[in-house]
Write a protein that binds this ligand. Structure first.
Ligand SMILES: Cc1cc2nc3c(=O)[nH]c(=O)nc-3n(C[C@H](O)[C@H](O)[C@H](O)COP(=O)(O)O)c2cc1C
Length: 227
């Protein structure tokens, strides 16, 4: 079953992400730029916070960084299930928290339950990315938890693999989905400074790769519909 809209002249990509302190946001913006450059019709959508105040007010620097990021991304439209319904391809991103999907993103995924229940996500191209504090702090586990959602949705998962030299750069290397390492860095005025240029190039590559597959599928489906 395919829910992709083959009548549209361009491939539609929704980039849906949650970011507490700016790292995932920076990757998401790079993905948007790469997609627009590749000629896709792109929606960049932020998943809102699920708490009104900081999770940990006693961590004052983190709290200030979290507030700064909230201000910086406030203009980006909030994600809705319609953004998933609209798209031919879906790129989901969020930080690793305890080695899995952050709660706001999980909440958003659960809100898409009715759309999924009516088969509205099946056959779309999907891919995911993350940022963690430590290289071995659960990047793969986080990506796999996002990709497991894609299995449930009936998506066609396109991972970056190590299919381009950029994926072997020292700050990359996770074939499951592009992942940056923020380290102990959530410092007001210095948000996301540990996202490297190679991370940004890699998420651009991952985005183009999924768009290539989505384009090919759309062409094939249109040819099938015309027969
Ligand atoms: C509640 C919480 C749990 C976290 N758990 C992990 C973890 O399990 N492993 C890890 O490496 N980093 C962990 N981190 C750090 C974040 O994954 C990391 O800072 C990430 O770069 C944040 O992305 P963001 O700036 O887009 O929110 C955690 C952070 C928070 C606030």
């Amino acid at each position: 079953m395919s829910t992709a809209d083959t009548s549209s002249p361009t491939t539609k990509l929704s980039i849906v992400y949650y970011s507490g302190t700016g790292n995932v946001h920076k990757l998401a913006v790079a993905a948007e730029e790469a997609a627009a450059k590749a000629g896709a019709d792109v929606r960049l959508r932020r998943v809102p916070e699920y708490v009104e105040a900081s999770l940990a007010p006693e961590f004052t620097e983190w709290t200030e960084a979290w507030s700064e990021n909230a201000g910086a991304i406030a203009e980006i439209p909030a994600a809705t299930a319609d953004d998933l319904d609209w798209a031919d391809a879906i790129l989901l991103g969020g930080p690793g928290r305890f080695g899995m999907i952050a709660a706001p993103l999980k909440h958003f995924i659960e809100l898409a339950w009715p759309l999924n229940a009516r088969g509205g996500l099946a056959g779309k191209v999907m891919s995911s990315f993350t940022s963690t504090g430590a290289q071995h702090g659960g990047q793969e586990a986080t990506i796999l938890s996002l990709n497991t959602v894609f299995y449930h949705w009936g998506g066609i998962i396109v991972a970056p693999g190590i299919t381009d030299d950029i994926m072997s750069a020292p700050s990359n290397g996770n074939p499951y989905g592009v992942s940056s390492v923020s380290g102990p860095q959530a410092i007001p005025g210095r948000l996301a400074e540990n996202v490297t240029e190679d991370n940004l190039a890699a998420i651009g590559y991952q985005t183009r790769r999924m768009l290539e597959v989505a384009d090919a599928l759309r062409r094939g489906r249109r040819a099938g519909a015309d027969r």
